[in-house]
Design a protein around this ligand. Structure first.
Ligand code: GDP
Length: 444
């Protein structure tokens, strides 16, 4: 559903990856791109403004990170802010201390309430609950039957008024249903209510009356994510008219722009509890703001990489290495340490595969083999501390000993030692030319 938004955000952020340092102008330009992307996805203007202001402020004020490059830092900020507007922590369903827990569904007609009732019932059943559905939508023809059908499919009991009793009173039905649930020991009751095509007062009053009669533990506002900006006005109307404790987004499988998903929480202050993404009863799950954010950013893997880099980064070790590097003093011991730090982050092929654009270089990546690194590690481990400190000591007979000790050929030892000398020389030259290292910092 968020394909276009994802593409645009990725493109906006990708222009940063080529930059070593970000100016305020770079940040402004990226913020502008993100703003357009969000507006085009139908995110409410107020939400977009707050979001962009926070991104700019944080990106410009960000301290230089030792573990992340500037582009990664901005991705991290955008991701954190996205998680924030989606609600932060995952919000779980509130269950009553003394059952039954009463969950009331409210929303416009066609939002997906009845379908959701079935999905919720099945989900609750799988978690070991004994749910009961209650048909309080007595207005729409077939609404009761429709609920009975989804109830049957979910394998749960549906409480409905006897047919042939005229329109009936939904408040009365709701009341009787709760009594029946207690009697039959259902621990969760899901009350489906009537919706209209538009918001009207009578609808709100009926929903409020049902709410007062059943004293729900949760009132879930069900909203079709495809209705765009209308989602925000509808949400506000329901909040004023009935009040709700949580939101359920439906039809996230649609191809619409989905700005509702990004606006409702921020506008109403109420968390999104569940997301529905299909017509089948199984197409439904708990809403996780963090997972949704990385899906929207389309950078799940990059975010993992950022997290791992931050965890694996050892400031002292890196400073020490930078200092030695610039003075041409890097030893094989340092080399081994660095290699181990990188490997803490996981198999090397995976790591490289997480870099943006890595998709096109799958073949090359397949050749970057952990076995090769294992071999290098084994060779260095086969050396004495003195040899690692001063690789110049490693003469012909020592090479033979190392090769035998670490199960490789003398040629492989030669390769490693020679390449190490070349790399050390080159890095010292580069460090001199670009002025990094030495001063103890590295990337200032
Ligand atoms: P209600 O009037 O609020 O009770 O809405 P319904 O439950 O009757 O749903 C309206 C229509 O939307 C039905 O055709 C459902 O099959 C469909 N629907 C509900 N949830 C989803 C969803 O998550 N994805 C898709 N694609 N369709 C859905």
């Amino acid at each position: 559903m968020f394909d276009t938004l994802s593409d645009r955000l990725t493109a906006a952020l990708q222009t940063l990856t080529r930059k070593g340092r970000l100016s305020d102008a770079d940040i402004d330009a990226t913020a502008r791109e993100i703003r357009i992307a969000l507006l085009e996805a139908d995110v409410a203007l107020g939400v977009v403004k707050t979001f962009i202001a926070r991104i700019k402020e944080r990106a410009k004020g960000a301290e230089v990170s030792q573990a992340l490059n500037p582009a990664q830092q901005v991705v991290k900020i955008v991701n954190e802010e996205l998680v924030g507007i989606l609600g932060g922590e995952t919000r779980r369903l509130n269950l009553a201390k003394t059952p039954p827990t009463v969950i009331m569904l409210a929303g416009l007609q066609g939002a997906g309430k009845t379908t959701l009732a079935g999905k919720l019932a099945l989900w609750l059943k799988k978690q070991g609950h004994a749910p009961m559905l209650v048909a309080c939508d007595l207005q729409r023809p077939n609404a009761v039957t429709q609920l009975q059908v989804v109830g049957e499919r979910a394998g749960v009991v549906t409480f409905a008024p006897e047919p042939g009793n005229g329109v009936g009173d939904p408040v009365d039905v709701a009341r009787r249903a709760i009594a029946e649930a207690k009697h039959a020991q259902h621990d969760v009751v899901v009350v489906d209510t009537a919706g209209r095509l538009g918001v009207d007062e009578e609808l709100m009053k009926q929903a409020a009356d049902i709410r007062d009669a059943v004293e729900p533990d949760e009132v879930l506002f069900v909203v079709d994510a495809m209705i765009g900006q209308d989602a925000v006005t509808t949400a506000q109307a329901f909040q004023d008219g009935v009040g709700f404790s949580g939101v359920v987004l439906t039809k996230l499988d649609g191809d619409a722009r989905g700005g509702a998903a990004l606006s409702v929480r921020e506008i109403t202050g109420q968390p999104i509890l569940f997301a529905s993404n299909g017509e089948k009863l199984e197409d439904f799950d708990t809403f996780h703001p963090d997972r949704m954010a990385s899906r929207i950013l389309g950078m799940g893997d990059v975010l993992t990489l950022i997290e791992q880099a931050e965890q694996a980064f050892d400031q002292k070790q890196a400073e020490k290495a930078a200092e030695k590097l610039s003075s041409g003093q890097l030893t094989l011991e340092d080399f081994l340490e660095q290699m181990l730090a990188v490997r803490k982050m996981g198999p090397i092929g995976n790591l490289l595969g997480m870099l943006p654009g890595a998709g096109q270089m799958k073949d090359q990546l397949a050749q970057v083999d952990d076995k090769h690194l294992d071999k290098l590690q084994a060779i260095i481990r086969g050396m004495t501390p003195a040899e690692r400190e001063d690789p110049k000591l490693i003469n012909g007979s020592r090479r033979l000993r190392i090769a035998n000790g670490s199960g490789v050929t003398v040629r492989e030892v030669n390769d490693l030692v020679n390449r190490f000398f070349e790399a050390r020389k080159m890095m010292a030259q580069m460090a001199g030319r670009f002025g990094f290292g030495g001063g103890g910092g590295g990337s200032k």
